[in-house]
Design a protein around this ligand. Structure first.
Ligand SMILES: [Zn+2]
Ligand SMILES: [Zn+2]
Length: 478
């Protein structure tokens, strides 16, 4: 049971027991021949059970014993049980299912706990009930008001904390994505340090600032305090990192050997380096962007279609929400027609931008541009449930690779395509993706700053301030 629940139980039980205790004392006083207690303004107060006590042999002992049995019942496991069932996280004591009834039943807890242990044992508390029934009834009545006050206070706190959290999550994170199954969801699951998988902790009936798993571990549940939690995908259950970062999702498209994977690695390499130089910690979250892989970026093999995982890296600007850059690099063969395609490109639903890469030194690649685009666009509209021909607000970068060999500038790419008879491709792209741009990049060697430009263009469209800060450092290095 967490701290909040202990305080709640303490104050509700405390108020009811104080009232019952006072009643016990007054009853004993009256029983002992005293006239009761004089309270200023109220006059003479009598204990309600003096008649009951006086009717019993050994009245004082019976009154005190009965009172103790009622109190013992309140502290048995049943009335204090707050364990979560479907989501293995403890409830707040005032907000368990049927909390009010369970609270009122607390002074009768000896009966319920005997029933749970062994039904035959119920005979004992039932046999003793004439001793404590009067006190249990009194305490039950006395619990109503403190419980109602506690419930109302906690409900009000929950609703304001929940509203705050919702606003902060919406501005800092919005949603999370799974690099494995590529689905987007509002919140991941959390893996507690004890191994229990729980719903993402938000202020609610399980806690306002902290929640407690059924094994007793505490878990923060307010926005910003949860970045260190281990998380998993609610669909495929794989362990993922989210850090409550806002995802910026980029998809790569293009034929086999157009240079997509090299472009992704080079842009990640330059971005991480530029971010670190302006004091923004940056780290890869997936194996594909590990420092070793980035260092060996020039010797990457063709991406196999089984290598379907997205690659992610985190930027952690000080004092602002984190950003997660998600690259969806799938094999070029997926864009070739007449292949049994598996449409796992869920990310088209939420991608902020697409990098459409081609190799200007490959004549076959240039002449096949329209086919590759058609194939991409077919998947794109199908997954987004849009009719073909719908204009999209997704950013679309046409990226010519191998600038080291062609010497093309960004401004040369469009005329180059036109000169190669790709008017249809250019016109289609420009009409379907009004937010488009042309880039010429070199992704190999140490002089690969240009590779990050298309990515920075997309980042700029999502988070202008962050992109400007990083861009300044990257350009200073040119
Ligand atoms: Zn998943
Ligand atoms: Zn735990």
């Amino acid at each position: 049971m967490n701290g909040t629940s202990k305080v709640l139980v303490g104050s509700v039980y405390g108020a009811a027991l104080a009232y019952a205790l006072l009643s016990l004392i007054l009853s004993l006083q009256t029983y002992g021949g005293d006239a009761g207690m004089t309270i200023p303004g109220l006059g003479l107060i009598h204990g309600p059970y003096s008649a009951f006590i006086s009717s019993m042999p050994y009245g004082v002992a019976i009154a005190a014993g009965g009172f103790a049995l009622s109190v013992a019942g309140m502290f048995t496991k049943g009335p204090l049980d707050v364990a979560g069932r479907e989501n293995p996280v403890e409830y707040l004591w005032t907000h368990r299912p049927n909390a009010f009834l369970r609270c009122l039943a607390a002074p009768w807890g000896l009966i319920t706990s005997a029933w749970e242990k062994d039904r035959r044992m119920v005979a004992i508390p039932v046999a003793l009930s004439p001793l404590y029934a009067v006190w249990s009834l009194l305490i039950t009545v006395a619990l109503v008001v403190p419980f109602a006050i506690a419930w109302a206070t906690v409900s009000w706190k929950i609703s304001s904390a929940r509203e705050n959290e919702k606003v902060r999550y919406r501005t800092s994170t919005q949603f999370a994505v799974c690099p494995s199954c590529k689905r987007r969801f509002s919140r991941p699951n959390v893996i507690c340090s004890c191994g229990l998988v729980i719903d993402y902790p938000v202020p609610g009936i399980h806690g306002i600032r902290q929640q407690t798993c059924n094994n007793g571990d505490s878990i923060p549940c307010t926005a910003g305090s949860r970045t260190g939690l281990a998380t998993s995908c609610p669909y495929c259950r794989k362990k993922i990192s989210t850090h409550e970062a806002m995802p910026v999702c980029v998809s790569l498209a293009g034929a086999s050997r157009a240079g997509k994977t090299t472009l992704m690695l080079a842009s990640a390499y330059v971005l991480i380096d530029g971010a670190r130089r302006c004091g923004i910690p940056a780290e890869a979250a997936t194996e594909g962007l590990s420092p070793e892989r980035l260092a060996a970026k020039d010797s990457t093999d063709v991406t196999l279609s089984e290598e379907a995982e997205s690659e992610c890296l985190f930027l952690k600007p000080h004092g602002e929400g984190e950003r997660e850059i998600v690259f969806n690099d799938i094999a070029g063969s997926e864009f070739e027609p007449d292949l049994g395609k598996h449409l796992f490109e869920e990310y088209y639903k939420y991608a902020d931008g697409t990098l459409f890469v081609f190799d200007p030194t490959d004549p076959a690649g240039i002449s096949g541009l329209m086919d590759v685009f058609d194939s991409f666009y077919g998947m794109f509209t199908q997954i987004r449930c849009e009719s073909p021909g719908t204009k999209s607000d997704v950013m679309f970068a046409v990226v010519a690779s191998r600038r080291d060999r062609t010497g093309l500038e960004d401004g040369d790419v469009r005329p180059f395509l036109m000169s190669k008879g790709q008017d249809a491709f250019v016109n289609t792209v420009e009409s379907l993706f009004p937010n488009h741009e042309y880039f010429s990049v070199c992704s190999v060697g140490s002089d690969c700053q240009s590779a990050v430009e298309p990515l920075m263009w997309i980042l700029h469209g999502v988070d202008r301030d962050l992109a400007d800060r990083i861009n300044a450092k990257i350009r200073a290095n040119k």
